[in-house]
Design a protein around this ligand. Sequence first.
Ligand code: ATP
Length: 248
Amino acid sequence: MPFAAETPRPATQVAPRTPPAGEAGAPASPRADVVLAVEALTKRYGSLVAVDGISFEVRRGETFGILGPNGAGKTTTLEMIEGLRKPDAGRITLLSLDAVRRRRAVQDRIGVQLQSQALWPELTVEETLKTFRALFKKRVSLETLLERFALTEKRRSLVCDLSGGQKQRLSVATALVNDPEVVFLDEPTTGLDPQARRSFWDLIHDMSREGKTVIVTTHYMEEAEALCERVAIMDRGRIMAMDSPREL
Ligand code: ATP
């Protein structure tokens, strides 16, 4: 079932082709099809350079993968783009806005999947989704979310009583409550069995078919191949290669 927000998308939520003159955080990239532009992004933890001056662009509607081993800097990169961590240097233009300076405006239009451990164990599935929905003006209906993520039968179950796969589905559902234009998924299938992983891939393909831009981190090349039009391979804070999975 296609996602239908309860309130129509206001005109202001469509990325402008050209920036309003003089707007704070005006876009660095004039290309209308670029949803995310990351330029020379850097993050240090003490003497460790976790993200080392990386640059890349993601186009509207693209599913873009960041692939790499433990400690490569994938999560740190995502968290800076999502506005959860402050970069030490560099620039992030997301939906034609400076993602650091215009954080609040950006957050209404993006979906961030929290790790399933970050969900409250003592809330039910329904309470969890209602809590996340309450944060946004634009909302997908509860029934659509439950049905889409095969959680209708579990709506009154506590999060702590869900299986690993159900928790993962709920954590992705929380990222879609505001019908976001760009969805960030951080290792969404880690710990799932092969069958659950494949049904997860179907959910991600559905998001892509609806025109959402999806940015996903993963440890698995086969996952990147199954999902992504382009992949950046990261290691020790740097992008080692970036291309379609076939070319890589
Ligand atoms: P994983 O696949 O294991 O999640 P990752 O590619 O997402 O790894 P990051 O979590 O971004 O990698 O970590 C990059 C580097 O930064 C690692 O060496 C990590 O130990 C370090 N790091 C991450 N967060 C912090 C922090 N809050 N304080 C200090 N060092 C950190």
